[in-house]
Design a binder for this molecule. Structure first.
Ligand code: NAD
Length: 437
């Protein structure tokens, strides 16, 4: 199959490279000239484990190429995917579809012969209808079908997720789209990944419902964690105790600083807005959004409380800035709110993140960036684990204690055993773990 991927970000680049690895001919398009120049020079504009080798292998095999100009590859394509961003629209929280619609117009103008146009971006219900209308308006003679194929990959494990998905969802309204979509995913059919063909609107809603459910699950355990702290229970054991029930499942039941990232915050909000527009409010999700919003700042207050209520003039080390490990993505990371509150309270923030510091510098120019966890902890009154990178799981506590002014460890990911940390002479403060104090 000849495939074009419009948008070469976290989703577009990974999907494009994986499709090429399946044996298809793939052209990845992006408006960002610097990104395409870097890809053409053999570089990778984002951090995603294994992506560099995957891209290099498929470029070398002649199956994967990059361009800023979509017209020529779209004219040749069997299937064109739209994988551009759909951020929250400033002001009202609806998904901003301007990039999707701009891509649809450009695709429409370039189509030749029957082509399936697929929205892989996360888009609100009804967007496929509008993409179809735009293409028909721009190019009244075009032969095309619009499908929906939401992406469920997770940053940090994106290639594995794409190649071994729990399921593939394809929404179609035109039967002519079925065979090409089956062909695109044929290697995964052979692996027996379940493929669910649905109506287009249903497919669009599946993606939001999935993300909202996961966000709700995280928020649920976070509230239970707060209760644990008050009643003398341990949320890790509560989580295990409920997660072993197959009806509940153990994933997404880790208490922490609140969900962040490029998907959950914007997608929960967009679902809330869509539901309000259709007068079918999703109150559980409205509450999830509100609870999660307040949580990030509350985590900074937890740090301040661990230091006796006053951090003015004190130095605090943050370990991890990205919203989760194994990515450089800083979008809506809890660290942004935590840093803001700590700085407002008069603290100096020193930070280290294995991959996220370049992106973080653009968003938080005022903090001190260091080149290791220990350099961040030098002279600090508290070390705060914000992201559970593997590099932070086995810190040398004796060494930390020697270089810190006050031995306080605030573990917002519960990756340490409280007793072990306390035995090393630290005051330990986790999430949802009763200290007995
Ligand atoms: P991203 O910001 O990393 O990438 C989007 C890219 O699209 C950018 O490089 C941008 O320059 C490019 N672009 C925008 N308009 C364009 C146009 N008209 N022509 C060509 N290129 C254009 O975004 P992302 O994280 O890859 O997300 C893309 C979509 O996938 C979003 O809808 C997101 O919700 C969804 N999604 C993301 C993830 C994830 O983990 N990041 C997972 C599942 C779904």
């Amino acid at each position: 199959m000849r495939i074009v991927m419009i948008g070469s970000g976290y989703v577009g680049l990974v999907s494009g490279a994986c499709f090429a690895d399946f044996g298809h001919d793939v052209v990845c398009v992006d408006k960002d000239e610097a990104k395409i120049a870097k890809l053409r020079a053999g570089g990778i504009p984002i951090y995603e484990p294994g992506l560099d080798q995957l891209v290099a292998r498929n470029v070398a095999a002649g199956r994967l190429s990059f361009t800023t100009e979509l017209a020529a590859p779209v004219a040749e394509a069997d299937v064109v995917f739209i994988g551009v961003g759909t951020p929250s629209r400033r002001g009202d929280g609806h998904a901003d579809l301007s990039y999707v619609y701009a891509a649809a117009r450009e695709i429409g103008a370039a189509l030749k012969g029957f082509t399936v146009v697929v929205t892989k971006s996360t888009v609100p219900v009804g967007t496929g209808d509008e993409v179809e209308r735009i293409i028909a308006e721009v190019n009244p003679g075009a032969e095309f079908a619009v499908a929906s194929n939401p992406e469920f990959l997770r940053e940090g494990a994106a290639i594995e997720d794409f190649k071994r998905p729990d399921r593939i969802v394809v929404g179609i309204e035109d039967e002519r789209a079925r065979a090409p979509m089956e062909e695109v995913y044929r290697p995964l059919f052979l692996n027996r990944s379940p493929v669910l063909f649905t109506g287009r609107r249903t497919s669009e809603l599946i993606k939001y419902a999935a993300n909202a459910f996961l966000a709700m699950k995280i928020t649920f355990i976070n509230e239970i964690a707060d209760l644990c702290e008050k009643v003398g229970a341990d949320v890790k054991d509560v989580s295990r105790g409920i997660g072993l029930d197959n009806r509940i499942g153990s994933k997404f039941l880790h208490a922490g600083p609140g969900y962040g990232g490029s998907c959950f915050p914007k997608d929960t909000l967009a679902l809330v807005k869509t539901a309000q527009d259709y007068e079918a409010p999703v109150r559980l999700i409205e509450t999830t959004v509100a609870v999660n919003d307040t949580r990030k700042r509350a985590m900074a207050r937890k740090v301040i409380a661990a230091l006796g209520g006053d951090v003015r003039g004190k130095s605090i080390a943050l370990l991890g800035l990205t919203f989760k490990p194994n990515t450089d993505d800083m979008r809506d990371s809890p660290s942004l709110a935590i840093v803001q509150v700590l700085e407002d309270a008069g603290a100096t923030v020193r930070a280290y993140d294995p991959e996220g510091m370049e992106a973080a510098r653009r968003l938080m120019p005022d903090i001190v960036y260091t080149d290791s966890a220990y350099a961040a902890a030098e002279g600090a009154c508290a070390v705060v684990i914000v992201t559970e990178w593997d590099a932070f799981r086995a810190l040398d506590l004796k060494r930390l204690r020697r270089i810190m002014i006050q031995p306080v460890l605030v573990d917002l990911r519960n990756i340490y055993q409280p007793q072990a940390v306390e035995a090393a002479g630290f005051t330990y403060c986790g999430v949802g773990r009763f200290s007995g104090a």
